[in-house]
Design a protein around this ligand. Structure first.
Ligand SMILES: CC(C)(COP(=O)(O)OP(=O)(O)OC[C@H]1O[C@@H](n2cnc3c(N)ncnc32)[C@H](O)[C@@H]1OP(=O)(O)O)[C@@H](O)C(=O)NCCC(=O)NCCS
Length: 422
């Protein structure tokens, strides 16, 4: 064998040669060679659950690429809609393909009136917008009977368009409802990000003119958040999708995973931390507290990136542009001081802890006027294209239903005891 590892079974003295494929061990091969021996791997720390051609990530080198294109180049030259096309189709669009894609997305931004009137308006007045979004996306499956035809190429494509297009509309509707403002219909003459800003902020003006710098900044943030390979919500999408649930139900499951503070809530934790620190003078004491084990420096460190998060570098630049329009977020100086001290401190250097994408994204969103409850919603809008790219890829791979094994740790068999005998 070209590349292999040899395992000696100390129970029997037998040795088994296991082939290495792409630097890993295929469970199918492993179980043939060592029947009955299995892996205990909660949280999939050492398990590749699928093959994927969508996003490449090298955490040690700080590399992130969508379909081979470096994130830095996409953030500088592309638009979110073009990136969404790239994720779904695997190639950048030609001018004609892009024109058609943009047209399709733009003309599917409206939601059925019943989704808004009967469904969204049924929520309690202080409903969390992310809870509303998760439920509304699931509810959409009941409006499109062809959503279940997941192996019909046209039907599948139509749902992909609908989901990418309607996400900003649902997101803005959830926000408007939670602040008691009337719903704003999509404006088909606007680009994706400007249209979302219009649905968020329009009051009585005939046409909402988003500041182009802010619209572009939001589009860049959408590009940066569009995909991140097998993260928790994408895994949820693939797992639920593997049961052949319709894409709205699968996307709702993915969005539900994103709702959790460990996934979509880190930038909110950064804002809360900066607010709690309160002023630059308190930064050194806060850092000492973190080093002594009192909590974590939010927005620092990453499960995968161990040199730097390439998205953080881009986002810092975007933050400067946004603050020139909105005025500086008063928390920025605290963030910069934290970063300066942490990056020169042995504790953070030796543990390879660098600012991640969430360290600055919350500051930008806050400066743009988004309430903190909207942060995970702002993440879900672009991530929908990534989720759908993975869902479609998984279906094309004719993947089996996801069904991990377990290590049973309960009691052995015992006899039932009637209630009066317990
Ligand atoms: C993202 C995160 C969960 C990754 O964690 P991980 O890869 O499992 O790393 P570990 O929890 O094993 O941490 C490794 C070491 O670094 C320390 N560490 C990790 N992140 C830290 C942080 N943000 N602040 C202070 N110390 C940190 C741990 O205490 C641990 O130290 P030890 O070896 O002395 O025990 C973690 O870095 C974190 O909690 N960051 C803050 C939250 C955040 O920004 N999340 C958004 C991610 S996009």
């Amino acid at each position: 064998m070209a590349e292999s590892i040899t395992i000696i079974d100390n129970r029997t003295g037998d040795s088994t040669e296991i082939p290495l494929t792409n630097g890993g061990v295929s469970a199918a091969e492993f179980s043939k060679l060592l029947p009955g021996v299995w892996f205990y791997d909660p949280a999939f720390m050492s398990t590749a659950a699928c093959e994927s051609a969508i996003t490449y990530l090298d955490g040690d080198a700080g590399v992130l690429r969508y379909r081979g294109y470096p994130i830095e180049q996409l953030a500088e030259h592309s638009t979110y809609l073009e990136v969404a096309y790239l994720l779904i189709h695997g190639e950048l669009p030609t001018p004609d393909q892009y024109a058609e894609w943009s047209h399709e997305i733009t003309y599917h931004t409206f939601i059925h009136e019943n989704v808004r009137k009967r469904f969204l308006e049924g929520f309690h007045y202080d409903a969390h917008p992310m809870g509303m979004l998760v439920s509304a996306v699931a509810a959409l499956s009941t409006f499109y009977s062809d959503a279940k035809d997941i192996f019909d190429a046209d039907a599948r494509y139509k749902q992909i368009i609908r989901l990418i297009a309607k996400m900003p509309t649902l997101a803005a509707a959830a926000h408007r409802f939670s602040v008691g403002m009337p719903f704003v219909y999509p404006d088909n003459s606007l680009d994706f990000a400007s249209n979302f800003l219009s649905m968020m902020w329009k009051v009585a003006e005939p046409r909402f003119e988003a500041d182009p710098v802010l619209a572009r900044a939001l589009d860049v943030l959408f590009i940066l958040h569009a995909d991140h390979e097998q993260n928790c919500s994408t895994t949820a999408m693939r797992v639920v999708g593997s049961s052949h649930a319709d894409p709205y139900s699968s996307t709702a499951a993915a969005a539900a995973a994103l709702y959790g503070p460990r996934h979509g809530g880190a930038n909110e934790a950064v804002i809360r931390m900066l607010t709690e620190i309160g002023s630059i003078e308190n930064v050194p004491a806060f850092i000492e507290g973190v080093k002594a084990g009192n909590g974590r420096l939010q927005g620092f460190g990453h499960r995968v990136y161990k040199s730097y998060d390439p998205r953080a570098t881009i986002i810092k630049h975007t933050a400067d542009q946004v603050f020139e329009v909105t005025g500086k977020n008063p928390l920025l100086d605290i963030a910069l001081k934290l970063e300066e001290i942490a990056l020169s401190d042995e504790y953070f250097i030796s543990r390879k802890l660098y600012p991640n994408v969430d360290f600055y994204s919350g500051l930008i969103y806050q400066a743009m006027g988004f309430p903190m409850e909207m942060f995970p919603v702002l993440f879900a809008i672009p991530r929908t294209s990534g989720w759908l790219a993975h869902w479609s890829e998984m279906l094309d791979q004719d993947s089996k239903i996801a069904r991990p094994r377990q290590l049973y740790i309960g009691t052995d068999e015992r006899d039932y005891v009637a209630i009066d005998g317990r």
